[in-house]
Write a new protein. Structure first.
Length: 207
């Protein structure tokens, strides 16, 4: 971790996204509004699955594009991602079940379209179209993208009390890059409780 920089400098680095967009801590209302927006349009289940993959798992465009049904267990309890078995939240699980029911498929690429009677994986532009819907919503403009949502997820998980280990496990961010998003001052500000020295050196310090 590089925690030498002051808070202002660290936050300058934190601004680095696809177009230097400023990540924010997302709340339940933000997620609800996005889901509501997608539910009013075509391909709602598919689009909500894409959105939730970004905002809850930190997945980026290429990862979403290459996702297969085989990455999930049969009841959508877990996803195998980055070589890790990650438990899914109930909202994503629900929309995955709905999407699978609509598509009627349990194998192969997750996101496909019917061409000449055969299912083929969609192009990445289809994934882009999911986020282009946000451009039509005045309060969002063109700020939303998979990369932006991943950065927001890291910030939101930290401030909602998740451990550094959980953040790394879910988002697959490298430890050396985590300091771009979570500064030492942010960690100190969040820390509560007393030190439990009994965990260290087999508890010999507290005997």
């Amino acid at each position: 971790f590089n925690f030498e920089e002051n808070r202002a400098k660290s936050l300058e680095v934190f601004l680095e996204t696809e177009n230097k967009k400023n990540p924010v801590r997302l709340k339940g209302d933000d997620i609800s509004k996005a889901v509501e927006m997608y539910n009013s349009k075509k391909n709602s289940a598919r689009n909500i699955v894409v959105y939730l993959m970004c905002v809850t798992l930190g997945m980026e465009r290429s990862e979403i594009h290459n996702m297969k049904w085989e990455n999930f267990d049969s009841d959508f309890k877990h996803i195998n991602l980055y070589g890790r078995k990650i438990e899914l939240n109930s909202m994503l699980k629900r929309y995955l079940q709905l999407f699978q029911k609509e598509q009627g498929r349990k194998k192969g690429s997750l996101f496909v379209a019917l061409y000449n009677g055969k299912y083929k994986k969609v192009t990445e532009s289809t994934i882009n179209d999911v986020f282009n819907e946000f451009k039509k919503v005045e309060e969002y403009g063109d700020v939303y993208s998979p990369k932006f949502l991943k950065n927001c997820l890291i910030l939101s998980m930290f401030y909602d009390g998740y451990s550094i280990e959980d953040i790394i496990y879910v988002t697959n961010i490298d430890m050396k890059n985590l300091a771009k998003y979570i500064t030492t001052e942010m960690i100190v500000e969040r820390r509560k409780g007393t030190m439990n020295w009994s965990k260290l050196y087999d508890g010999i310090l507290c005997e």
